[in-house]
Write a protein that binds this ligand. Structure first.
Ligand code: SAM
Length: 232
């Protein structure tokens, strides 16, 4: 299972945002040290996957030299590390799960980039936009499908992007809807508060556009679709 996901408020399975009532263990239960370890091992052995490489290539094409990077839900941080290697100045990572921190620190230190990465756990840009500094480029890879309120999350992310934003989302086809429904049923049956979402792709792009970013790169694959947008 490739979890892509979001919280359900305690006592409810509707997937609707319920500020102040998020189960604090929602993300930790799924994106735990085991999940993190698998991603970190794959990155150490093979480097970036195809989707991650495309995100890096798009941002490099917009000009990454000296840029600040904000990654929302960046997991172990492999995309931001590659952006730093390609000339970005510094990176901030926001995560709602505590599960990645040891792997993320080890990877950043091994790359000699630990001093240029700032990580925050539990800071949700959709809920507390004023607590997050803007950055030149903003990345959300495999994150919107883990969050119920895509408009609020993407809107806030876009507002924080001075130059460019990239996000990815899973295919919105009958198979992915079926997969997410099955995954959510299993999560519900096992008492977990975490849920996945297949949000409407064009509505997500419209959110980004409404914040003054021009979607200029779109790339599909059987699983992950990418949107790259730059400030007009
Ligand atoms: C499927 S994982 C992807 C992690 C990483 N981007 C990757 O591709 O390996 C989704 C991550 O998004 C995080 N997440 C979801 N909503 C978030 C939010 N509003 N702010 C920060 N992190 C968030 C979750 O904690 C989870 O670690």
């Amino acid at each position: 299972m490739d979890p892509c996901c979001g919280p359900v408020s305690p006592g409810g399975d509707s997937g609707k945002r319920d500020p102040g009532k998020r189960d604090p263990g929602t993300y930790d239960a799924i994106f735990n040290a085991r999940f993190s370890g698998a991603i970190a091992r794959r990155y150490r052995r093979k480097g970036l996957g195809a989707a991650e490489q495309r995100i890096v290539d798009f941002l490099v094409s917009t000009g990454i030299e000296g840029a600040s990077v904000l990654e929302i839900g960046g997991g172990v941080g492999e995309i931001q590390l590659e952006l730093l290697r390609r000339g970005a100045a510094r990176a901030v990572n926001l995560e709602l799960s505590t599960g990645y921190e040891d792997d993320a620190r080890r990877l950043a230190e091994a790359a000699g980039l630990g001093g240029r990465v700032d990580r925050h756990v539990g800071l949700d840009i959709a809920e507390a936009p004023d607590d997050v500094e803007p950055a030149d480029v903003v990345v959300l890879h495999r994150v919107v499908c883990c969050y119920p309120d895509y408009a609020r999350l993407l809107g806030s992310a876009a507002d924080h992007a001075r130059r460019a934003l990239v996000f990815s989302y899973p295919s919105a086809n009958p198979l992915s809807h079926l997969f997410i429904r099955g995954m959510n049923a299993m999560l519900s049956a096992s008492g977990r508060s975490f849920r996945g979402y297949v949000h409407p792709p064009e509505a997500m792009v419209d959110v980004v556009r409404s914040r003054g970013l021009v979607p200029e790169y779109r790339r599909g694959s059987p699983v992950w679709h990418l949107v790259g947008a730059a400030r007009g």
